[in-house]
Design a binder for this molecule. Structure first.
Ligand code: C2E
Ligand code: CA
Length: 744
């Protein structure tokens, strides 16, 4: 497959985020709308109920008004009845007068008719109604039941709406049976009511504008049984039917809210609000989703970056720790083991410094490739930092297999590599720790492999070293000692002892060596071999060395003032030459005490002379120019490079006591010591033999021309006061010897 094509075809991450977020937002909107539906319905229901309640109110108000108005109209009938009962009858002229008075404009009565003995004799107003004169109610079959009912019940009976014989349409007719004073039926008073006006006056029009209204007559005996107005279907609906009491009959009113625009409006409003809320929430969800997708993608990217080392593309240290932790977890469950290798390039700094960082980087990339090729696909590898790598052989714990695999690495790395114009030869040192023997957590495993790596560097680089517990103990001891040295310095637990040096030519103790002693608070002595090494490593030697030098110089001054010209040898570590302030402090103190510089010898190591450290060479030269003497300590154990002795003329050298101990035992030692003495003489350098313990050694060294002897044969290192006694006693003895010699 063509990867470029795939890249082009697949949408960009932002498009993917957009699509995914849109789908989520749309789904969210849909769900929200579904959830909103019952709510909107509920709210619309409330609005509907309100409408129905309003309709009921309107219906009741209409009925009240209608009944009131009917009563008002019917009161005209009672008025006429009263007149008739008083006057006995009303002629047309009399009716005109009485009716004109009773029929007020606001009433809905169109005319009244009086019918003594049920035959209409007078009508008000007569005009237009003449046809009805002489009408005998008994002859109108359809109306007779209502008239008969009125007569029988002595009550008004309302009929209609009906069309009248005179032609008027939709009229209500109230039949009022009228009796004489003695209770005999006199006749009938009829009131004709314009039903439309009656309804209009009761507020029908206004009500109809808002509601659907239907009215029907439910009095089966009535002439106008059934529909009065509106749509009869309303009575089949769920809406309330209101009874309307009319004289001698029974009506029903049904009022139903029109599918009111108000409710539709309310529903639409609710839906609009729901849609807006849904839309806003969906937009928020869209952006939120897009933001989280973006963030997830960025986090993944960062994790990728954090998981790889940018230079070598190997697993980063962070990711490696994760993998190692997982591996430990797996091995703990499956009782399996693995091996951690701490790999450090030898002298990488020199390559970096001499060929430049670009070449250094390229070399690291090459090394990463080599290491990868030496591991199996499932092994672990990371760059710890700089030129340090950590590898893990999974399921490998046997020493032989580990060693052969590690050797394969060292030899593969040792192969020359061409980088640009440079052919580079580089080697590596490897430290090895095995899980679970050498550690059960990532920190201790790596730390122990690191310690083993240091050991392999110490034994000469390009080596493999397995971790062992004594290394760990050494580290623990180092930590404990360096802490205690710091405390010891504060608590003045240190002191200086002095060991005399015998001058063969002068037959006198003309020099001494200042040796530091440490008696801890609990009374235990720690050997200088132990604490000096720790002080050197931790840097505390600067403070400790300066203190020893001060003690020695002050004691030298005391002796000098008492006319004992004793030379003082002070041991000085290479590290002390790295500090210019400490150099100046020593120079200043000597000047202050006014001690001749020839009396002060600094015992140094050969390695210091060989050091290419600029600062150390500078400080050495400064002290030399201040006329301090230099002596090479432990001569023979190091490089013994004669050239350096020429380059840095030293006053004396001290043959290491390991050679002195072998004198008379090993012929090789005898020869070597002799050669050293001869060589020193040729360079005009004095020779001191240290560790002289026997008379035989004294004789041998005297015979070969050694200059000074130091050792338990003469005296052990002793405290200041004791040393002073020693010097005094020997000065006297020396004086005696001189006198004896002169006397002879
Ligand atoms: P070094 O400079 O080689 O000192 C001589 C060591 O040999 C001393 O050990 C001394 O006690 C010991 N010695 C002297 N004569 C004999 C003998 O006849 N037989 C045997 N077996 N040993 C003898 P010490 O005092 O334990 O010092 C050990 C080392 O500690 C010294 O070795 C020196 O390198 C270092 N050191 C001691 N004091 C100081 C100091 O103030 N500054 C520095 N930088 N190093 C010091
Ligand atoms: Ca020494």
């Amino acid at each position: 497959m063509d990867p470029s094509r795939t890249m082009a075809d697949s949408p960009s991450p932002s498009v993917i985020w957009y699509r995914r977020s849109s789908v989520v937002a749309a789904l969210f909107f849909l769900v929200l709308m579904i959830l909103f539906a019952p709510l909107v319905q509920y709210l619309v229901g409330i609005a509907n109920r309100e409408d129905t309640l309003k309709a009921d109110y309107w219906a009741r108000a209409f009925i009240t008004r209608l009944e009131g108005r009917l009563d008002e109209n019917l009161a005209v009938g009672y008025g006429l009845e009263a007149q008739i009962s008083v006057l006995g009858n009303l002629e047309q002229a009399e009716l005109d007068v009485v009716a004109a008075r009773l029929l007020k404009d606001h009433l809905d009565i169109t005319h009244v008719a009086i019918a003594p003995d049920l035959v209409i004799r007078a009508i008000y107003p007569l005009a237009g109604n003449e046809k009805a004169l002489g009408l005998n109610h008994r002859d109108v079959k359809e109306e007779w039941p209502a008239v008969a009912r009125a007569i029988k019940s002595h009550e008004i009976v309302l009929v209609g709406p009906i069309d009248l014989v005179q032609g008027a349409k939709r009229r209500l007719v109230a039949r009022l049976p009228t009796r004489t004073m003695d209770g005999q039926l006199w006749g009938l008073v009829s009131l004709v009511i314009d039903v439309d006006r009656l309804f209009a006056e009761a507020g029908l029009d206004e009500m109809q504008r808002r509601y659907q209204v239907a009215l029907r007559n439910v009095e089966r005996n009535s002439l106008a049984f059934g529909h009065i107005l509106g749509d009869s279907k309303l009575f089949n609906g769920q809406h309330k039917v209101h009874p309307v009491d009319v004289p001698g009959g029974s009506w029903q009113l049904a009022v139903e809210p029109r599918q009111s625009t108000e409710v539709i409006g309310v529903a639409m409003l609710y839906w609009a609000v729901a849609a807006i809320i849904g839309l806003l929430a969906s937009v928020a969800i869209f952006y939120l989703r897009r933001f989280t997708l973006q963030r997830e993608s960025h986090v993944k990217q960062l994790e990728m970056i954090a998981a790889t080392d940018t230079l070598t593309q190997l697993t980063s240290r962070y990711q490696f720790d994760e993998n190692l932790r997982q591996l430990i977890e797996e091995c703990r469950r499956s009782f399996q083991g693995f091996t951690v290798l701490f790999i450090d390039l030898d002298h990488f700094k020199d390559i970096n410094d001499s060929l430049g960082h670009a070449v250094g980087d390229e070399l690291l990339v090459h090394i990463a490739r080599v290491l990868k090729s030496c591991l199996r696909g499932y092994d672990l590898l990371c760059r710890q930092s700089g030129d340090e790598f950590i590898a893990v052989f999974k399921n490998v714990t046997g020493t032989v297999e580990i060693e052969s695999r590690a050797r394969a690495i060292t030899s593969k790395i040792a192969e020359p590599v061409q980088i640009g114009a440079n052919t580079i030869n580089v080697t590596c040192s490897i430290g090895i720790a095995v899980y679970p023997t050498d550690g059960t957590d990532p920190v201790s495993l790596i730390q122990h492999a690191d310690l083993a790596m240091y050991e392999s560097k110490r034994v000469g680089r390009n080596a493999i070293y397995f971790f062992n517990m004594s290394m760990r103990n050494e580290v623990d001891r180092y930590i404990e000692l360096s802490r205690n040295i710091r405390i010891g310095l504060i608590r003045s637990e240190f002191s200086v002892h002095y060991q005399p040096l015998y001058s063969i030519s002068e037959d006198a103790f003309t020099r001494c060596e200042a040796l530091c002693r440490w008696r801890q608070a609990d009374g235990t002595y720690i050997s200088p071999f132990e604490f000096i090494a720790v002080a050197e490593q931790s840097g505390l030697i600067l403070e400790l060395g300066a203190w020893v030098a001060e003690q020695a110089l002050q004691f030298c001054k005391e002796l000098f003032d008492q006319h004992y010209e004793i030379g003082f040898s002070i041991n000085r570590s290479p590290r002390e030459f790295g500090s210019t302030p400490y150099t100046h402090r020593l120079i200043k103190l000597r000047k202050q005490l006014a001690i001749p510089p020839r009396l002060i010898t600094l015992e140094i190591t050969e390695s210091l002379l060989m050091s290419d450290n600029y600062m150390k060479s500078e400080n050495l030269s400064t002290l030399k120019s201040e006329n301090f003497q230099f002596s090479i300590d432990d001569f023979g154990t190091g490089y013994s490079a004669i050239n350096y002795l020429r380059q840095y003329p030293v006053e004396s050298l001290k043959i290491d006591r390991s050679f002195i101990a072998e004198l008379g035992v090993s012929r090789q030692a005898d020869t070597l010591v002799k050669v050293i003495v001869q060589m020193a003489k040729s360079l005009n350098i004095k020779v001191i033999a240290e560790g002289v313990e026997t008379r035989g050694q004294v004789d041998f060294l005297t015979a070969i021309g050694c200059d000074f002897l130091q050792g338990f044969y003469f005296a052990k290192p002793m405290p200041k006061a004791e040393f002073l006694e020693f010097i005094r006693a020997h000065a006297k003895q020396q004086a005696g010897n001189t006198q004896d010699r002169q006397a002879k």
